[in-house]
Design a protein around this ligand. Structure first.
Ligand code: KG4
Ligand code: ZN
Length: 350
């Protein structure tokens, strides 16, 4: 079959992402309008402002992606868009734009699930085949899933409270680091300069040997550790810590978070060896999967267990248009669609 192209739109959170991808996995053009500077001053994402920024940027982001691909919208074969989960009023902006394009130019419309799109990024330009185990760590979610095929996912573990991305964002805020567009990258960078043994934080859920996660306790312990460090240094409430102290705190947090993830993944691998021995692959996806220390630790566990390890390119772990386009392609390829018009693509590419 000849390759087909899909225009993908992602507006579930704070980034307006659009991309044109072809069915061989080539990214023909992509554009991302970041809202980092807008939310920076608020210490988090303000949904109303996010919606406004999406509305302001959506058309130029679509044009930019098409320009980079050297294509006109009439030349794409289908339009895919994230339909959820995410911020309702933000998703709507992307969905309306996609719907208008699809209707105006008589293109098939493919709705994609945001979490599935994160997971499927591990199959873009990789040899990864189903079934596999997937650790999805983002700002909104923390799940361990058994993936048997497109649309066939079973949750085998989840967080009892916060997501890991949320914990990274809170840690960044407590250390007065830049948080616009997510605090994770700033914490990761600072942790490189820190000593993880200086501040003692508890590894969550030591008493429970299962595949669930918890980050609320760690977040609280971190808050207390910051307070204690300020007290030792004689810094007033609201004052800022020295760079090295912040680095040590960041390193401790990341070290414990990785210990927690590693422990749960080891349980999951052991369970899988018993229950589903045909599965011997792990993928890590979602915004937090961009973290180098996390990628390296999980790879090591896979190596030790003779499991294969897959992770998308770091820049494609966080939300972007490519994931919507690629998930659309995967769904078209296995004939899954939310709308009957998609039959058109099937007919053209039997
Ligand atoms: O997948 P994503 O872009 O949006 C959601 O679907 O939630 O994930 C965003 C999350 C944010 O919490 C951000 O701080 C975190 O991913 N993140 C990171 C890194 N890059 C992004 N966390 C740790 N280390 C990173 N390098
Ligand atoms: Zn996401």
């Amino acid at each position: 079959t000849s390759p087909f192209t899909v225009l993908g739109i992602e507006t579930s959170c704070d980034d307006t992402g659009v991309a044109v991808v072809d069915s061989t996995g080539r990214i023909l053009g992509e554009s991302l309008a970041s809202q980092a500077s807008i939310h920076e001053n608020f210490g988090g994402i303000v949904p109303g402002l996010a919606r406004e920024a999406h509305a302001l940027n959506i058309q130029s982001t679509i044009s930019d992606a098409l320009n980079k691909a050297g294509m006109d919208v009439t030349e794409v074969d289908a339009v895919a868009v994230t339909v959820g989960p995410g911020l309702e009023i933000c998703l709507r902006v992307g969905c309306e734009a996609a719907k208008t394009l699809a209707i105006t130019h008589s293109k098939p419309f493919v709705g994609v699930h945001h979490l599935e799109a994160h997971i499927l990024m591990s199959r873009l330009n990789s040899s990864l085949e189903f079934p596999f185990l997937s650790l999805l760590v983002s700002g909104g979610h923390c799940q361990l899933l058994r993936c048997d095929g497109i649309g066939e996912y079973k949750v085998v573990g989840g967080t009892l409270d916060d997501s890991l991305g949320e914990a990274y964002d809170k840690v960044a805020r407590m250390l007065n680091l830049p948080v616009g567009g997510g605090g994770g990258p700033a914490v990761e960078k600072l942790a490189l300069k820190g000593d993880p043994t200086v501040v003692k934080l508890p590894v969550p859920m030591q008493q429970r040997k299962d595949c669930d996660f918890s980050f609320a306790g760690l977040k609280n312990a971190f808050r207390m550790a910051v307070g204690k460090m300020k007290e030792i240094r004689g810094i007033e409430e609201g004052g800022d810590l020295e760079e090295q102290d912040k680095a040590d705190l960041a390193a401790s947090f990341q070290n414990v978070a990785i210990k927690h993830l590693s422990q749960r993944i080891k349980y999951a691998i052991n369970n899988t060896k018993e229950d589903a021995p045909s599965i011997n692959k792990l993928v890590v996806v979602g915004g937090v999967a961009a973290n180098k220390a996390i990628r390296e630790s999980l790879k090591r566990i896979c190596d030790d267990n003779e499991w294969e390890f897959f992770v998308p390119e770091a820049r494609l772990c966080t939300d972007n248009g490519v994931m919507a386009a690629w998930a659309g392609i995967e769904k078209i390829n296995c004939r899954i669609s939310d709308v009957a018009e998609t039959q058109e693509v099937f007919a053209r590419y039997p």
